[in-house]
Design a protein around this ligand. Structure first.
Ligand SMILES: Cc1ncc(C[n+]2csc(CCOP(=O)(O)OP(=O)(O)O)c2C)c(N)n1
Length: 582
């Protein structure tokens, strides 16, 4: 540990110096009058006279937050977002809700309008400085962050930055919010000292209670029809193999329900698909591993004698107001540590009760084969004509994706049709489902992994929520070529589906296009990217998609330009409702 001393012209410079020293690579910014000293300090850094994270100009706040989200998914390191006082914070909150429910740490920050009407450096200078003040600016976002604070003076910068970052990174991880008043940022510290590396550290993840593990291991080992349900497994890439070994050894079927990551390879012998419905009614022990919503009570009825074990860093999801899933044993633990401990505690049981294990293995193999055959038939039936089926889009995308290519998905394309995907190459949207995440997240992923090809599959609704003009601007500005597939069914299918689900024979069902759900006339989305120098193409027919994908990939790989394919897809009420009922 050593003390560093700099000559800081402003507190803003000291603040940015410490962020850089703590490993914050980027400041995703959307600036206003509160940024005066920040911009001054960033300018000094650009001239090589100070240290600071690299600034990224992001012309809409939700893109900025989504970029920090995506960057974290690739690097495991939190980044900083800074927005303009109350109004910028308001625009960024949807992204913070996504990060919060996805347990993504980030330093969400905003300026504060000057407190003083006259006097100190930084005090009010234009008329907006009155109206932009709020009694409790952080109140807008407090429910979605783990901690919030307002920086009071230069002396506390190091403590506050370290506290913000360590709390964000302590499990369960999540965003924190820091407000930075203009007068404080304008303070003139002169000589400024801080410790590097930091004197604070992230707290260790919770380790499982051995007695509870023995109890869970006993239930699982004795079960005839156990099952595992997970959603967020695979955020740590190494954990995927661990779950695979565990499930295989003890013949435990795994359901990846609305997964946010590649939880388990799809060809793993115990991968039983993506819907719990087929197994759950018969299961006698259900192990819920990092899944906020393991099933839908209205659709999936449990065996009354089933035992449910829930494991995770916060297995009861304390900040969800209502969550009443049966829970006979909840184990607070890092998931990998719990699986390792369970595996050890179950040692020896793999050779007991082999008949039922063999039956489970056979069921899984049969189900995998049936699913594969179903996919094959569906692909063959949808290879021509238009508008095209979602599974065809997914299949064609899977065909062109290289092993290390990454997919950010904010659409309904069915992921099983992508084929086998490597761990750590898939990111689905947060369970908070605040639309407008995917485009920005894909940019953040690409920023963290410039040598990887990044695809984004985005519904036409989600594409508009994602602020395409700002996002394409950032892509061009930062040289981040992404290949985006706009999955364009010309409607908000999920909303239509929800309406028909609740009122199956109602008035909306008698309309092909119901109010507030149709997005027609459909914009020529592929032309938006052209305004930022990108490659755009509309694809109407299934047979044209493979070649269109190749052209888009050529634009990205060879011409280093972003690309958007505006893919015209089919929407079918009956199919949508059947999918919702599984
Ligand atoms: C910020 C936000 N506003 C509204 C919604 C409600 N919502 C859920 S799905 C959806 C439509 C999505 O349309 P699209 O991306 O085209 O996908 P589709 O449902 O058609 O497959 C909307 C508006 C939301 N999730 N987030």
């Amino acid at each position: 540990m050593s003390q560093q001393t700099i000559t800081a012209d402003t507190a803003a410079e000291a603040y940015l110096t410490i962020l850089a020293a703590r490993g914050v690579d980027y400041l995703f910014g959307n600036a206003g009058t509160d940024f005066a000293s920040i911009i001054e300090a960033l300018s000094k850094a650009q001239l090589g006279e100070a240290k600071a994270p690299m600034p990224v100009t992001v012309p809409h706040e939700n893109v900025a937050v989504a970029m920090a989200h995506g960057y974290y998914l690739m690097t495991d390191r939190p980044q900083a977002v800074m927005l303009h006082v109350s109004v910028g914070t308001a625009n960024g909150i949807c992204g913070v809700l996504n990060a919060s429910r996805d347990r993504v740490p980030l330093l969400f920050s905003a300026g504060r309008t000057p407190i003083n009407e006259d006097g100190p450096l930084g005090s009010r200078s234009i008329y907006i400085h009155w109206a932009q003040e709020m009694f409790d600016q952080a109140g807008m976002v407090r429910e979605a962050v783990k901690w919030d604070y307002e920086l009071r003076n230069t002396q506390q910068i190091e403590t506050i930055v370290d506290r913000a970052l360590t709390l964000a990174m302590t499990e369960p991880r999540g965003p924190v919010y820091l407000t930075l008043p203009r007068e404080v940022l304008a303070e003139r510290p002169g000589e400024f000292s801080y410790q590097s590396p930091s004197r604070m550290t992230t707290a260790t993840s919770p380790a499982p209670d051995p007695t509870a593990i023995d109890q869970a291991a006993g239930w699982l080992a004795a079960a005839e029809n156990p099952m595992i349900i997970t959603a967020s497994w695979g955020r740590n890439v190494d954990d995927v193999a661990l779950l695979g070994t565990f499930a295989d050894k003890y013949a435990l079927p795994v359901i990846c329900y609305r997964p946010r990551y590649n939880c388990l390879p799809t060809d793993h012998p115990m991968h039983m698909g993506f819907e719990p419905g087929g197994l759950i009614g018969n299961a006698d022990v259900i192990l819920v591993l990092e899944a906020d919503v393991p099933w839908i009570p209205a659709l999936h009825k449990l065996n009354p004698d089933a035992k449910v074990i829930q494991i995770g860093v916060d297995p009861l999801y304390a900040n969800y107001p209502v969550r009443g899933f049966q829970c006979d044993l909840a184990i607070t633990s890092d998931g990998a540590a719990a699986v390792r401990a369970l595996s050890t505690a179950m040692e020896g049981s793999e050779s007991r009760n082999t008949a039922s294990k063999d039956a489970r293995r056979k069921r899984a193999a049969d189900q995998q084969q049936a699913a594969a055959e179903g996919r094959k038939t569906a692909i063959a039936q949808s290879a021509t004509g238009g508008p095209m089926q979602l599974h065809w889009v997914s299949h064609c995308l899977g065909q062109v994706m290289g092993e290390d290519d990454i997919l950010v998905n904010e659409s309904q394309i069915p992921t099983p049709f992508l084929g086998h995907r490597k761990a750590g190459t898939y990111f689905g949207n947060s369970p908070a489902a605040g639309l407008g995440w995917g485009t920005g997240a894909s940019l953040g992923v690409k920023l963290a992994a410039r040598d990887r090809r990044v695809f984004a599959a985005i519904g036409d609704g989600a594409y508009m929520f994602g602020n395409p003009t700002p996002a394409h601007f950032v892509s061009a500005n930062m040289e981040l070529p992404i290949c985006t597939l706009v999955i364009n069914n010309r409607m908000w299918g999920a909303v239509r589906k929800a309406t028909l689900g609740l009122h199956p024979d109602g008035a909306a069902s008698r309309l092909n296009r119901s109010p507030l759900t149709a997005v027609e006339p459909s914009p020529e989305y592929h032309k938006i990217v052209e305004a930022s120098g990108g490659y755009g193409e509309r694809v109407d027919n299934a047979e044209d998609l493979p070649a269109a994908l190749e052209r888009a990939i050529h634009a990205v790989d060879v011409e280093k330009r972003q690309a958007v394919l505006n893919i015209q897809t089919a929407y079918d009420d009956a199919q949508a409702l059947a999918d919702a009922r599984r």
